[in-house]
Ligand binder design. Structure first.
Ligand code: TPP
Length: 573
């Protein structure tokens, strides 16, 4: 490349060189040179104009989580960047590879409280894997390359690149070939052989072994290896909220979700286990309950690519730092004596029988999905129809918002394949689902993408329905589990605060009419007998559809572990 280019052109070309083909954003003063240049590259670099930068950030997250590629979002300086802080923090908590490109005021006025100046690198320092303030046009080509590399490698996460307006306008001859040089950043991928052997020894001595998988397994595309390893040793498998889809739920070894709204049998199994192999999960407090009481009898092996996660919440017997897929491959290479393996398999089988006996005595999915009394429409009835109908149609991805509906979706829908369940787990960001589903729909036009929302969270970012329309995105359907409350908070008020419903009753607009105002098809469902027809209509419509399921108002998510209690102490009704 021998011709001079503006910083903005270089930004476009660097993104294209490094494989970016879609970005979600909103323009404004400081970032205008980038938008000016973008026009030239519009055939290679699609820009989705969002209605709020938070929506742009979550859309980029949805794109990233469903593809494994870095999602890119854009905001202008000042409020444009601060609106991106929530999705950046969300991506930080959920290890989502995200690149936030922000415009900054010109370098000559930096620090002078210029119009729309905000110190966004300062603000996002604690919630980014790395961030840059670029003031020199010569740095742009390399910084973009490095930023994308950091976002995607090791433990993925958000990276912010803030570029001053004068750097975007200045010209230089770009060099896209510069090699990444980061001597201080070399994530450990290979697990220590010695530790892997110790983990195997511990496992083979155990009588009540469990494997638990989390987000790291999905991120590392390690689901085939998880299955191979579980089947080789007959290990029962627990899938955390972010691990859903990492192991097929209809597999005989699958125990489902643990934790605050996990299944009784999964939690009790953890409390009884004498060996727990956690791969790519970070022992979040929603999984462990009161940490000091978690898995009291188990030797724990923790595999994580981020060494700072190991021993952070739960003491660990064998730490293994490494990539989930690579470590599982090493575990699979271990060849214990076949007689020892056979004896271990038999012990594991007996343990699984015990867990299944326990499961039969407690609430479980099938019991919820086959309710005999359908005079009132419970959320469970909606999920029962959804799970049946989306399985029949196939090719689905579900993005959930935050609250009761999120936990019911995790419990009651079927998760067989990775990257089909996408939710805001770590930050619990209401308003995540609609824009994130839009990002998923852009990345996967062949799939039907369901956004499952509460009536509260839906109203935080529903303006992106206009973006969906403008962009001609047709493969998105929204299901609102409308209970007229900030339901999850109301549930806590009911159970622990004497039903003092302070700040939780919620009156929304007429969602069907709102959908119609955006040009979507809107459907209202008020009784169980209307559910299937509505979902069928959503599928039959070649375009975006919103269904307002007006469910019973005061229904609780069970089972439940009260905060700060042991996961052995579940409330089951
Ligand atoms: C941005 C944000 N604000 C507040 C909360 C706290 N919060 C967690 S769940 C919840 C209620 C959600 O209500 P709704 O969206 O109607 O879903 P439901 O629980 O009824 O399914 C609230 C307010 C949050 N998680 N995120």
């Amino acid at each position: 490349m021998s011709e001079k280019r503006t910083g903005a052109q270089i930004l476009c070309e660097a993104l294209i060189h490094n494989g970016v083909d879609v970005m979600f954003g909103i323009p404004g003063g400081a970032i205008m040179p980038f938008y000016y240049a973008m026009w030239e590259y519009r055939d290679q670099l699609r820009h989705v104009l969002c209605r709020h930068e938070q929506g742009a950030g979550h859309a980029a997250e949805g794109y990233a989580r469903s593809t494994g590629r870095v999602g890119v979002c854009i905001g202008t300086s000042g409020p444009g960047t601060t609106n991106l802080v929530t999705p950046i923090a969300d991506a930080w908590m959920d290890s989502t590879p995200l690149l936030a490109l922000t415009g900054q005021v010109s370098s000559a006025v930096l620090g002078k409280d210029a119009f729309q100046e905000t110190d966004i690198t300062g603000i996002t320092m604690p919630v980014t894997k790395h961030n840059y303030l670029v003031k020199n046009v010569d740095e742009i080509a390399y910084v973009v390359k490095e930023a994308l590399h950091i976002a995607a490698t090791g433990r993925p996460g958000p990276v912010l690149v803030d570029i001053t307006k004068d750097a975007l306008q200045a010209t230089t001859i770009p060099d896209y070939s510069k090699k990444i040089f980061l001597p201080g950043y070399r994530p450990t991928v290979q697990g220590s052989k010695k530790q892997i052997r110790s983990a195997m020894d511990l496992m083979l001595q155990s009588k009540k072994p469990l494997m638990m998988i989390g987000n790291g397994v999905i991120m590392a595309n390690a689901t085939a290896e998880v299955r191979q390893f579980a089947e080789r040793y007959h290990l029962p498998v627990i899938t955390t909220l972010h691990g859903l889809g990492g192991f097929p739920e209809d597999h005989e070894l699958s125990l489902g979700m643990p934790g605050m709204h996990g299944w009784v049998h999964a939690n009790r199994a953890i409390q009884e286990a004498d060996f727990l192999l956690n791969i790519g999960g970070r022992f979040d407090d929603r999984v462990t309950g009161k940490a000091s009481t978690f898995a009291p009898n188990a030797s724990i092996v923790h595999v994580d690519i981020d060494p700072s996660e190991i021993g952070k919440n739960i003491p660990v017997d064998v730490p293994i730092v490494g990539d989930a897929k690579v470590v599982l491959m090493s575990l699979l290479e271990e060849e214990p004596e076949e007689t020892a393996v056979a004896a271990f398999q038999q012990i594991a089988d007996e343990w699984l029988v015990k867990i299944r006996e326990l499961q039969a005595k407690h609430q479980h999915k099938q019991q919820y999905l086959n309710r005999p009394d359908t005079s009132m429409m419970l959320p469970h009835d909606v999920y029962a129809a959804m799970t049946k109908m989306i399985n029949e149609r196939g090719n689905y991805r579900v993005v959930t918002d935050v609250g009761q509906h999120q936990m019911w979706a995790a419990q009651l829908l079927d998760w067989y394949t990775p990257r089909t369940h996408i939710t805001s787990g770590g930050a619990g960001t209401m308003g995540f689902a609609v824009p994130a589903a839009m990002g998923v729909a852009v990345a996967h036009p062949e799939d039907t993408v369901w956004a499952v929302c509460g009536d509260g969270g839906f109203q935080m970012t529903n303006q992106e329905m206009a973006t969906v329309m403008q962009e001609g995105i047709t493969n998105i359907k929204i299901a609102i589990i409308n209970n007229g409350y900030l339901g999850m908070v109301r549930q806590w008020q009911e159970l622990f605060e004497n039903k003092r419903y302070s700040g939780t009753p919620l009156s929304g607009p007429n969602f069907q009419k709102l959908a119609e105002a955006y040009g979507w098809k809107g459907i209202t469902v008020e009784s169980v007998d209307q559910i299937e027809a509505a979902i069928a209509e959503a599928y039959a419509t070649n375009g975006p559809v919103l269904i307002d399921f007006r469910v019973e108002r005061e229904v609780n998510v069970f089972p439940m572990v009260p905060q700060n209690k042991s996961i052995g102490e579940m409330i089951t009704e």
